[in-house]
Design a protein around this ligand. Structure first.
Ligand SMILES: NC(=O)c1ccc[n+]([C@@H]2O[C@H](COP(=O)([O-])OP(=O)(O)OC[C@H]3O[C@@H](n4cnc5c(N)ncnc54)[C@H](OP(=O)(O)O)[C@@H]3O)[C@@H](O)[C@H]2O)c1
Length: 241
């Protein structure tokens, strides 16, 4: 996620990137062409008046030492509440953001929670460089949104892989199966902008047709409840971190 965020914000904001390993930081800068970025290889972070985006693993955030008071902490860590952030980091404002990996191509979904209107404006300015910003009114909903959207790219990855494999089973070459599934995903995304999911499904399903046969198998294998239970478990996990 740090890579997606740094690449998305590069040349739009003045960036300082902090990490614990100098070599890794140097190759991070080189590999991602982050030429105008300042790097600090340290585990002691001076927050003084800074706008900070915390993109470390939830279990690792208190392994850094933080000094002074930040302007705003934007935490993308799954499951770490503002209350827990306050115990470790001093800041004027705190904001939780749940991005997803589509930020890498500027099409991310950033779910944001803040109680402050000024921070809301600033968060929009920063995170709209990575994709869409959607605000939620309760902090708890960040974990729910993370279970749907933060992890969602992984679920869709499984669907895409399975469909590519299925195409190959039905005789398509791997390359053409991939091309077809990619095109399907991007066409579906555009259609979904203007139609309900159920409408798209019904429009594709003729009585006694081929799609109805396929859907019958998916419903028999409980595809809907598999997704509902999966997202419920992801949310439960975030709530238990
Ligand atoms: N992946 C997603 O799709 C996604 C979506 C939404 C939110 N998030 C959140 O984004 C954050 C980063 O996740 P990620 O998937 O981007 O992971 P990642 O690519 O593995 O990046 C994790 C970063 O944390 C650092 N780190 C790991 N263990 C550490 C430790 N013990 N002490 C200090 N630093 C440590 C790593 O530093 P080194 O380079 O030094 O190892 C690395 O830069 C997480 O809090 C996650 O909840 C992820």
């Amino acid at each position: 996620m740090a890579k997606a965020i740094a690449c998305g914000l590069n040349n739009k904001f003045e960036l300082e990137i902090i990490g614990r390993n100098k070599q890794k930081l140097e190759s991070f800068i080189k590999d991602n062409n982050l030429a105008n970025t300042i790097i600090h290889a340290t585990n002691k972070i001076n927050l003084q008046d800074k706008i900070v985006i915390l993109a470390i693993k939830p279990y690792a955030f208190d392994s850094f030492k933080y000094k002074n008071k930040a302007n705003t902490i934007y935490s993308i860590m799954a499951g770490i509440s503002i209350e827990r952030l306050k115990n470790v980091l001093d800041s004027e404002y705190y904001c939780r953001v749940m991005p997803n990996i589509a930020s890498l191509v500027g099409e991310g979904t950033n779910i944001i929670y803040t109680q402050n209107l000024e921070v809301e404006k600033n968060a929009s300015e920063i995170f709209s460089a990575l994709g869409k910003c959607i605000f939620v009114e309760k902090e708890q909903l960040i974990n729910s949104a993370g279970a749907v959207s933060g992890s969602g790219t992984a679920y869709l990855g499984i669907v895409a892989e399975a469909m590519i494999d299925a195409g190959v089973r039905e005789g398509l070459s791997l390359d053409s199966s991939k091309e077809i599934v990619r095109s399907l995903f991007s066409g579906f995304a555009k259609l979904f902008e203007i139609k309900e999911a159920s409408e798209i499904r019904l429009d594709t399903t003729s009585p006694n047709g081929t799609t109805a046969e396929a859907i019958c198998v998916l419903e028999n294998r409980a595809i809907r409840s598999a997704f509902i239970d999966a997202i419920h478990n992801a949310n439960k996990k975030a709530n238990s971190i």
